[in-house]
Design a protein around this ligand. Structure first.
Ligand code: 9MR
Length: 572
């Protein structure tokens, strides 16, 4: 009978914005439309309508229909959506829905800091810990780290920065894109007139109250580290950036950072890392200038030096094979990093040489600058496009039009990918790779930028529906953000937030985003538990599943960006 045909009603488990899209996915074997009913906490039906069939798509493998209750805009909590006796999780409709996530997703970065104690007064006693890798035994870094054998004969002080993820490596490539996203979030909010929400004393960071916007204080923690990774003057490859620093062998699980006893090693400089430094330091020089001129100048000097060094050493590639003790972040195509760095240097300085580097780059006209995952640590041309599309420069009008059109064209592509599926996801069925949730967030940032450029509300709807996916409207009914929703990821792969291994250790803090479904099943836990999974269902909330359930700075940074964007609604 029809009453047994519907098995789930999947929603954003946190809720919906009053003026945003409100859609749910109904998993059902029914072939014709069904009736959905929106009920208040007291059971009163306040809206109803027919579902629309979507069939079975390759990503979820589930037969789905969609319920659209967007026209209902009254606020409240404890709503449920019912379809044939199947009841959704309860949810809210309210304008301040994303306010908590805006600060929690950013607080992730303080938790991940290296080289500074994490204070109980800021994070609570469960998450407090002594400084990691600040030259105190048993730590062997990061105040004077030797190069890997044969690479150089000196040590370097590379303290500070953020640990990348569940491991305690620090990678310039991935740190770069994450830093860029935090600073870009602020730069965008400034244009929107909403930067005060990211201003001083908005975050739980030790620098609160120093007169500098807290999101920039957090970005600076990493920028200082990135600049410490630059090869000093007078040394071979001066101006280049070391690719990464991490333990000689993979750190055991669990290990609190200050208890790590392994030798730390600096890995050879790479062109990609150097251009990440050039790009983010140039962005720093532009955005920090009103708050700290000396720091802005220091950033600009580092950026110029990095650019010059990368031009002199354009093919020093970090190999994929260098993954003992840390991720490889290998990249043998750096033309996109050159484009990104040139774009940032040009937007900051206006200088002709950087403009020429932009306009002569193949990426300036390449139709594939935006990937099916928007951008990533390895694909950075899109970051240059986003900067050129939004920051006022002297770019010739025809070029600017083309750059902007490329942003909206990419956003249109994501919208059309979303429209065809049972769950509105901007990535194709083949796109559920390691860190797939960050492809969803990164695409959403492109859509948000398209909305800024055009004012078209369809793009904002695409952003908000992407949040729906991350917060529970997906094939598993899983919220991928710790502390948000009815069933959220709570056992992400991490060496300190390792409650699943040791009950005296905490779960990840609220606001931590899991990497998400990965149909490649690239770890033993995923291989054991997920064989035959549909791409969107290849996920397990187990600490051992590092290929589906890790946290990472390049995943939480776009989440923070989007939470800040979505939270702006309540000032409207
Ligand atoms: O995000 C990275 C993903 O694109 C790669 O496929 C994967 C394997 O190389 O590595 C991911 O990055 C990890 C890094 O190598 C080490 N720190 C944890 C990162 C997130 O899992």
């Amino acid at each position: 009978t029809a009453a047994t045909a519907t098995t789930a009603v999947r929603i954003n488990q946190v809720g919906y914005l009053p003026d945003g899209p409100k859609r749910a996915t109904v998993v059902t074997s029914a072939t014709g439309p069904l009736t959905w009913r929106l009920r208040t906490a007291s059971g009163r039906v306040v809206a109803s309508g027919p579902t629309v069939g979507r069939g079975t798509d390759a990503a979820s493998g589930q037969p789905t229909q969609v319920a659209d209750f967007s026209s209902y805009g009254r606020t409240g909590s404890g709503y449920v959506l019912t379809v044939e006796g199947t009841v959704s999780d309860p949810f809210d409709i309210r304008a301040d829905l994303y306010d908590g996530l805006r600060s929690d997703a950013l607080a992730f970065f303080y938790h991940q800091r290296s080289g500074i104690p994490i204070e109980a007064s800021l994070v609570g006693s469960a998450y407090a810990r002594p400084a990691g890798h600040l030259g105190v035994a048993p730590n062997q870094g990061d105040t004077n780290v030797p190069c890997q054998s044969g690479v150089c004969d000196y040590t370097q002080d590379v303290r500070g920065g953020w640990y990348d993820a569940g491991d305690q490596g620090k990678y310039v490539v991935n740190g770069g894109i994450s830093t860029w996203l935090l600073i870009n979030s602020f730069e965008r909010a400034k244009r929107a007139g909403t930067a005060s929400a990211l201003g001083d004393s908005t975050l739980r960071v030790p620098e609160r109250g120093n007169g500098v916007p807290d999101v920039l204080d957090e970005a600076r923690w990493e920028l200082d580290f990135l600049m410490r990774m630059q090869v000093p003057d007078g040394r071979p490859y001066a101006g280049m950036a070391f690719h990464k620093v991490h333990d000689a062998a993979w750190t055991g699980l669990p290990t609190r950072p200050e208890q790590d006893a392994q030798p730390r090693e600096l890995h050879p400089p790479s062109t990609a890392a150097t251009l990440n430094l050039a790009a983010t330091a140039a962005q720093c020089a532009r955005v920090f200038r009103p708050y700290d001129t000396a720091f802005a100048n220091r950033c600009l000097t580092a950026a110029r030096k990095a650019w010059t060094a990368a031009r002199a050493n354009p093919a020093m590639y970090a190999p994929d094979s260098d993954s003992t003790g840390g991720g490889a972040y290998g990249d043998t195509r750096v033309t996109d990093e050159f484009y990104w760095a040139a774009a940032e240097l040009y937007a900051t300085t206006g200088e002709r040489a950087y403009r020429d580097a932009v306009t002569s780059s193949p990426w300036h006209t390449d139709a594939n600058a935006f990937t099916s995952g928007g951008f990533s640590w390895a694909d950075t041309a899109a970051l240059g496009r986003l900067t050129l599309a939004t920051v006022r420069t002297g770019l010739p009008p025809a070029d600017l039009r083309r750059v902007r059109a490329s942003v909206t064209a990419a956003a249109d592509g994501y919208l059309s990918t979303m429209a065809g599926q049972g769950y509105a996801v901007s990535i194709p069925a083949t796109g559920y790779v390691w860190g797939s949730n960050s492809a969803v967030t990164d695409n959403a940032i492109v859509m948000a930028t398209a909305q800024e450029l055009t004012g078209d509300p369809r793009y904002r709807a695409g952003v908000l529906e992407s949040m729906d996916y991350l917060l529970g409207r997906n094939a598993l009914g899983q919220s991928y953000v710790t502390g948000y929703g009815e069933r959220y990821s709570d056992n992400q792969h991490h060496r300190f937030w390792a409650h699943q291994y040791d009950s005296s250790l905490p779960h990840p803090p609220a606001g931590s985003l899991a990497g998400g479904p990965n149909s490649g099943l690239q770890d033993p836990v995923a291989q054991e538990h997920l064989p035959g999974c549909a791409p969107q269902a290849c996920y397990i909330d187990d600490i051992g599943s590092y290929s589906t359930n890790e946290v990472a700075v390049n995943w939480n940074a776009p989440l923070a960006w989007l939470a800040a964007y979505a939270a702006e609604d309540d000032c409207a």
